[in-house]
Design a protein around this ligand. Sequence first.
Ligand code: ADP
Ligand code: ZN
Length: 822
Amino acid sequence: MSKSYAQVVLPLSAEKQFTYAVPLSLRRQVKVGSRVLVPLAQRTMTGIVVALVGESPFPQVREVLDLLDSEPIFDATMLQLTHWISEYYLCSWGEAFKAALPAGFWRKGKRSIRLREPYARALARKLRKSSPLKAGIVEMLMRRGKVSDAALARRVGREGLFVALNQLRRAGYVQVLEESAKSRVGVRTERAARLRASPEETRSAMERLKEKAPKQAAGLEVLLQLGGTAWVAELSTKAGISGQSMRRLQEKGLVEVFDRESPREAYADLTLGSPPKHRLTQYQREALDKVKDAVEKGKFQVFLLHGVTGSGKTEVYIRAIRRTLEKGRRAIVLVPEISLTPQTAARFRAHFGHQVAVFHSGLSLGERYDAWRRMRAGHYGIVVGARSAIFAPLRDVGLIVVDEEHVDSYKQTEAQPRYHARDVAVMRGKLCGAVVLLGSATPSLESYHNVQRKKFSFCPLPQRVDELPMPTVQIVDMRQERKEGNWGIFSGILKEKIGQRLERGEQVILFLNRRGFSTCIKCQECGFVMACPHCNVTLTYHAQDLTVKCHYCGLRQSAPDICPSCHGHHIKFRGTGTQRVEREVKELFPGSRVLRVDQDTTGRKGDIRRILDEFRDGRAEMLLGTQMIAKGLDFPRVTLVGVVSADGGLNLPDFRSAERTFQLITQVAGRAGRGQPGGEVLVQTYSPEEICIRLSQDHDYLSFAHHELRGRRELAYPPFGKLLLVLLQSTEEIRAAQAAEKLATGLKDEAHRLGCRDVHILGPAAAPLSKIRGQHRWQVLLKGPKSATLRQLFRQAKRRAGRWPPWPGVRVRVIVDPVEML
Ligand code: ADP
Ligand code: ZN
């Protein structure tokens, strides 16, 4: 006996499941994982069936209105994965589903009903005996043509309405239409034509038409050449056939015109190219052998591929993917940023052609909708994308690659679910028996710790390909420069080396992680520092348009020439951003060409790609940029990298600041000397004694990791302890502060009650960025050896509060495993 009730999860933040009756006609097709349309109050919504049960917990339930796909949209693995996400990241299952399925799939709206039956009057008469309700519905529809179901309910009453409507619908008497509240994405179709007659008949018709109707004959010829079907647009360009000739062909019964789906595809223009053929280095071979072995076994295993910059990690990915495809399984490749997807996808297309799909949240709604459906339908063997591609609906995934696994952008912090794509990748691999390959030149300490704990296998690539040496790194002590009277942006040696490269016709990359011109605007008379009125941060001066801007909320004002506070005339613009570096370079090296990459020069789609292409083509000698140029770029003619200041991140109140600094220097340094020996890196700093800076000089990741892990262990910070951060935001500071106070007290009580002595509840405290966009930010941090305990504590406190959040005017954001503490 098939089950008659469905438990449905809707895309809401409430952790709730809804029960609906499954009408008999759908009982065979509705399965766990199916996407269904259900009524909720006066609306209809899309939901996912998560269970089928024989009995309803409630006496009266409404019916499932429709089944939206012939096959369940989520398979067992994806159901488990999304459920795990909701448990682990403290969100609703519906929010996890929303992350996994693009917006175009969540239809919602009002329903309206229309009459279909041509003999309505007779029908109404017939129905009056058996069901006055149905007769009433039909009569109203006869009068009004189309009505909303709310109007219908007002007229004939709610009692039994849904059952009656569904029966009428199934009998084919009425049609239920969805009127979407929002514009919804649908399938894009275009006109296509196909031959109706056999090839022989078509050919003889072609002969007959050649004289009198050459266009029609040409149309048939092109159709034959293309295998019988073609887009109408294609026929008109290739055969010059007009709408009229097309109609003639249809009238003659030779051709039929119909609507065919025309999928929207992003990056369809990415060139395929031809793949480079390399002989693997010894280390690449060893790593690949291990990974291939695991792929062969088809069992879950995680590898950490620690490859220095330029060691050929991508080559290892490519060959592991090839083996996976040969085994009949599929692969997902994650890259940390949307802007890096075209470049990576192009590299994979060179090897795997059109089996490669690109998927990320930057695609248009329609592109995402189509890509998703085609992935689900099995068109692709490989999906390349940013964070959200971890939910790609490929069947039988055998390999998941996470490139640059240490990068923070894998963590979603803004909206729920606040997941980390690397950790979700590991979980997905575990659930579907896939190999997970994490790659980085500077692995996160979390991942390296998992190697030490023998949870991950370690594959080192300690050398660059082609026996290229690692670039030499020199630390420049800027304090010394100042002592010697150099107050400029560049140290003597950096100036000299840049000059050298320009003479030799080589290229230079300059890195500074601060955009704008001056990062501090200060009055020398009264000491006033210009800060954003909505955010607790200083404003940055932009020389291009003579404005001051807030980099957090986007506030923009014209730059002051007198002090806004004391009206004095000694206002100073201090601190260095990329614009100032650009001006200085142009002054020091007149005639040299500099390209700048930061948020201000890359506002539009395609800007980054264009600038990087110009640099690659040699149309500039210097590339200057923020962390946007730190990762993944491969310019063989770059022999010098200058880090203008390594200190930006060092003094931030975040326990990961040393790790980030080490990663950044190593990654930027890795851009040097990738095509020829003699790559050099100069790192300017006021803190040359910092371990993270000293060890980056020798590219010594392992020493750094061991040193840093010791410190983390002492303070029980990740990866040894787990964190759960609760951020409370309000436009009124007192509300945020009081809410944080109450939350901390509640959590402490709960910890006491549950006897968790090893959990530390830190705070309440103002967040380091204490105000952003007019929102005051307070936080409470939970720290303890087990994530499960922290989550349980929070859940309990929430349950006890009843309504959530219990503080009016306060927004609460819960972040499990936060990556930034600001
Ligand atoms: P990584 O990601 O480790 O920095 P890449 O995978 O981007 O390095 O490789 C750097 C360059 O070396 C690429 O241009 C790649 O084609 C090339 N390459 C990879 N493997 C080899 C090899 N075994 N021999 C020669 N060149 C190689
Ligand atoms: Zn601001």
